[in-house]
Unconditional design. Structure first.
Length: 505
């Protein structure tokens, strides 16, 4: 017994001495990078690392993997392996493991979804694009011919020899879930550097979270789609993938009617029963495939399909405003922030108060710099009154607080209040947006949440790059007058900007 006590005492002394002499444990931080025009949309990378250099190494590994896979799977790059295979001779060709896997996955999901997910849906999409150009509905004959084409087999895979044979000339696109497939591989590449403990990659609203990190995810409201609109739901995600697909950002306007870019390959008609589908799954490809298919299927069909994927959860927003959820969805949700309660406006015209049924829509398109990859610029948007005093902070997008002083106008107005805001634990999932295009709104309230008096206000837009250019745009608006769409001159950082005072939807 005494020997045991001596051993214990010796161990305690050793531990205490070791603790006294050991260097303090390194702490990790979250490092964030943003780019535009990665796979045709926005890209956000977050790494949990002990140093900026380690985070950068992981980021470079992820971007390298994205570029590698894009050169394999892209339907837009004529030199990609997929494009070369598509345009090549119709014979068995040995293809890369990645292309073979993605084609196999499309076969699997075409069968699992009963035809709702099909790479040849591009055939139907082109019919609708042509109809939009001539501003009339496609004919029944055009749609019937397109559907008949879709139903044909388009390739044949040989597992033993790892070959793929292209069988016809039907246009094909792998967009349905290729992005999710690439994100998952990019996350793995980042973690494989061994320099980070957690990673989040968000490409156009499809997100993968891996490692020792929990990310708060906001889900865009398809009926209120500005960047600063309140989300329809918020969740905490760890070691999962989440994807959102919907018809509210891309589509075709045909004879005054908006049609979704997502079509039902079985009927040739645009999917119009579901506005938005968000899916959480262990595997990113499953999440992306389900989210797309759920825009086409009925809620009952979606529920049945989701039940075949372990741990998959989903939320649908239907065209009539209903919210349909899987049985385990509620357990993942966090409380959603409620709008600030403002002073009621009984008669806006009588007391000259902002009419709450109107809002100012601020549209921005960031310039694309061709030929090489650069981080997204820092952007600040706010409102000042006729005396140039700050009224309402609209948006602030940045990477490193130390460079916020590169936006001097915003810094003078708001630095003390917003410079240390924590944006490291939140990402947004939404339908994919075009690269660089963003929408913000001003609802006529000040920073306290009260409606302002109608009068003269100036919209401020400041954009800067680390060690780069600085641009300041502003436009004074008299809200007591009838307003029309205002277009602001572009510059090296902002290709286009507009202001539109409109009635709320």
């Amino acid at each position: 017994m005494k020997l045991f006590q001596n051993v214990v005492c010796s161990f305690i002394i050793f531990v205490l001495c070791s603790s006294a002499t050991a260097p303090p444990a390194k702490t990790s931080s979250i490092y964030i990078s943003d780019y535009e025009n990665i796979l045709g949309t926005s890209f956000e990378f977050k790494a949990v690392a002990s140093t900026p250099a380690k985070a950068e190494a992981a980021e470079n590994a992820a971007l390298k993997e994205i570029d590698r896979l894009d050169k394999i799977l892209s339907g837009y790059d004529a030199s990609s392996e997929f494009s070369q295979w598509f345009h090549g001779e119709k014979k068995a060709v040995k293809v890369s493991p990645e292309l073979f896997e993605v084609l196999s996955l499309f076969d699997k999901w075409r069968e699992k979804s009963n035809g709702a997910l099909d790479a040849s849906a591009e055939v139907i999409g082109r019919v609708w694009k042509a109809a939009a150009k001539r501003n009339e509905q496609p004919t029944p004959q055009e749609l019937a011919a397109a559907v008949a084409t879709v139903k044909q087999p388009h390739w044949k895979l040989d597992e033993a020899n790892h070959t793929a044979t292209h069988l016809d000339d039907a246009p094909l696109m792998l967009n349905s879930f290729a992005k999710s497939y690439i994100i998952n591989k990019a996350c793995n590449a980042a973690l494989a550097t061994g320099d980070i403990t957690g990673v989040v990659i968000n490409i156009g609203g499809d997100i993968v979270v891996r490692g020792d990190h929990t990310e708060q995810i906001s889900i865009s409201d398809p009926k209120a789609d500005a960047e600063n609109d309140l989300p329809i739901a918020r969740l905490n995600i760890s070691n999962k993938a989440i994807a959102t697909s919907g018809n509210y950002r891309r589509g075709e306007l045909v004879n005054g009617k908006w049609h979704s870019h997502i079509v039902d390959p079985r009927t040739g008609l645009p999917a119009d029963k579901v506005l938005s589908a968000t899916v959480i799954a262990d595997n990113a490809t499953d999440a992306g495939a389900l989210a797309t298919a759920f825009n086409v299927l009925t809620p009952e069909e979606s529920k049945a399909l989701a039940s075949t994927i372990p741990h998959a959860e989903f939320m649908l927003i239907t065209s009539d405003g209903k919210r349909v959820e899987s049985s385990g969805w509620k357990a993942l949700e966090l409380p959603v922030e409620k709008p600030a309660i403002s002073r009621p406006v009984a008669n806006p015209s009588a007391d000259n108060t902002w009419d709450p049924s109107y809002e100012l829509v601020i549209s921005l398109e960031l310039s694309q710099i061709e030929g090489f990859r650069v981080h997204s610029p820092y952007v600040a948007v706010w409102v000042v009154d006729k005396d140039k005093k700050p009224v309402r902070h609209i948006a602030l997008w940045y990477r490193k607080p130390k460079y916020l002083n590169d936006m001097p106008a915003w810094s003078d107005a708001y630095y003390g209040k917003f410079a240390e805001a924590d944006r490291s634990v939140s990402s947004t999932t939404s339908a994919t947006r075009p690269a660089g295009k963003y929408t913000l709104k001003w609802d006529g309230k000040n920073d306290k949440g009260d409606f302002v008096k109608r009068g003269i206000y100036t919209i401020m837009i400041e954009v800067a790059r680390e060690h780069g250019t600085h641009q300041l745009m502003s436009r004074e608006i008299d809200f007591t007058k009838k307003l029309q769409l205002i277009t602001l001159p572009g510059n090296i950082e902002v290709a286009e900007a507009s202001l539109n005072y409109v009635k709320k939807n």
